[in-house]
Design a protein around this ligand. Structure first.
Ligand SMILES: *Cc1c(COP(=O)(O)O)cnc(C)c1O
Length: 425
């Protein structure tokens, strides 16, 4: 095989199929769902059936007594924030680099998200930025174990203890991941997992909240449930009287989704092992190629669950070749590499534009807006990240061809830069 880049007319390196479908659906998945359908078991009013079983399984695996399924991860986050009893104007520290649902439900409980910068290598919240963001109104810290790599929980838990703050874990990227041997979901005061179709435990749509705190649990139940489910779960003197009406929403999970989630949850360890085998090899292969850093994997992240695989690009060792063109050349080689396009939240309109609340959530003082450049590490991470599908079934030939493509394009940068110079001259 020649070394001429495929983008310039050479022969592509990747010949293996690069398809990636998620989640894997087997006849067993089809059977658990159709069984319910045939029985007409398509809605629940109480804590019963597939929903109750899924909650018991999460609760026992993670070792947290209270579990509540929800219609989505976003609904579970809303329930968690409501569960904490946040009041108007309370502040919650959040990473700026995350999926929007981690933060947006705070507005619905009239709390104020306070964004902080992330680590340049993992994209996770950087504990060293938390203390400076604390004010007398701060009530909680939200962490997101991005891409399946757990946050640096030691200093975070320490700050939370010293400053009397609650810790909310958004584990939507990290089903089954561990921190110093302890599984995520039980490391803070309340945690949530999205069970949306792209996640490691996929229900299609759904979410689950876990906590050891009875008050958080009962408040979360009352936000999204009423009557039967609320009568079963809300037993304290202070909240019991509200069980008949709940607090206004219906956040129940669909039984068919719960049945699928239970099946997928059974496969979780197999999925994580499969991803670690493929992506561990990919990381070994990418290490040492100029211009590419494989995703960081720190010692405290004792089990990486690889929701995403995002190597970082650095144009400096590649004589200034930009990421777009590097990726274009990789794709011409047949490598399944994409730009990671997610923006840090502080660059989104809602955090850029001051407004009186008439177009958003009503008047509330203290809402933060941020200038571009405020959180440089998150902006750098967003600019550098590339995505490769988190292959789960063994694909050794594909993995080594992807590595070859990276080597070839990295080595061929001179040829590529010359080509651009000639064509723009
Ligand atoms: C997917 C996701 C959510 C939201 O989950 P939905 O089930 O889609 O509402 C929240 N946080 C993170 C980090 C996510 O990736």
């Amino acid at each position: 095989m020649g070394s001429k880049l495929a983008l310039l007319g050479g022969v592509p390196v990747v010949t293996e199929p690069t398809n990636f479908e998620w989640p894997p659906i087997t006849p067993q998945d089809v059977s658990v769902v159709t069984k319910l359908l045939v029985r007409g078991e398509i809605s629940y009013y109480g804590r019963e059936g597939e929903v109750a079983a899924l909650e018991a399984e999460f609760s026992s695996r993670i070792g947290v007594p209270f579990a509540l399924t929800c219609s989505s991860g976003t609904a579970a986050l809303h329930s968690a924030f409501f569960g904490l009893g946040l009041e108007t104007g309370d502040e919650v520290i959040c990473p700026t680099f995350t999926f929007l649902s981690t933060v947006m439900p705070l507005f619905v409980v009239n709390a104020l998200p306070v964004l902080v910068d992330c680590e340049p290598d993992t994209g996770n919240i950087d504990p060293s930025n938390i203390e400076a963001a604390i004010t007398p109104r701060t009530k909680a810290i939200v962490v997101v174990h991005l891409n399946g790599h757990v946050c640096d929980m030691g200093p975070i838990i320490d700050i939370a203890r010293r400053r009397d703050l609650k810790v909310v874990e958004d584990c939507s990227h990290a089903h089954g991941a561990t921190w110093n041997g302890a599984e995520v979901g039980g490391l803070g005061d309340v945690s949530i997992f999205s069970l949306q179709g792209s996640k490691l435990v996929a229900a299609g749509q759904g979410g689950i909240l876990l906590t050891s705190d009875r008050e958080i649990f009962e408040r979360a139940v009352l936000l999204g449930h009423f009557r039967m489910r609320a009568f079963e779960d809300v037993t304290s003197d202070s909240y019991r009287p509200f069980a008949a009406t709940g607090y206004g929403l219906n956040y129940r999970m669909h039984p068919l989704a719960a049945a699928l989630a239970r099946r997928q949850f059974e496969e979780l360890d197999k999925y994580i092992e499969g991803r670690n085998a493929n992506l561990g090899d990919l990381t070994k292969g990418l290490a040492g190629i100029p211009g590419v850093s494989p995703p960081a994997h720190k010692a405290f992240a004792t089990r990486h669950s690889y929701y995403n695989y995002k190597p970082l690009y650095d144009e400096e060792p590649l004589d200034g070749l930009d990421r777009k063109l590097f990726i274009k050349a990789l794709r011409a080689e047949g490598a399944p590499v994409e730009e990671s396009t997610s923006l840090p939240l502080h660059l989104e309109t809602l955090f850029q534009v001051k407004d009186d609340g008439s177009r958003t959530y009503g008047r509330i003082s203290g809402r933060r807006v941020y200038a571009p450049g405020t959180f440089p590490n998150s902006e750098i991470y967003a600019r550098r990240a590339m995505r490769i599908p988190p292959y789960t079934e063994p694909r050794p030939r594909l993995i080594s061809q992807i590595v070859e493509a990276f080597e070839k394009v990295s080595r061929g940068r001179g040829e590529l830069l010359d080509h651009i110079r000639r064509n723009s001259a």
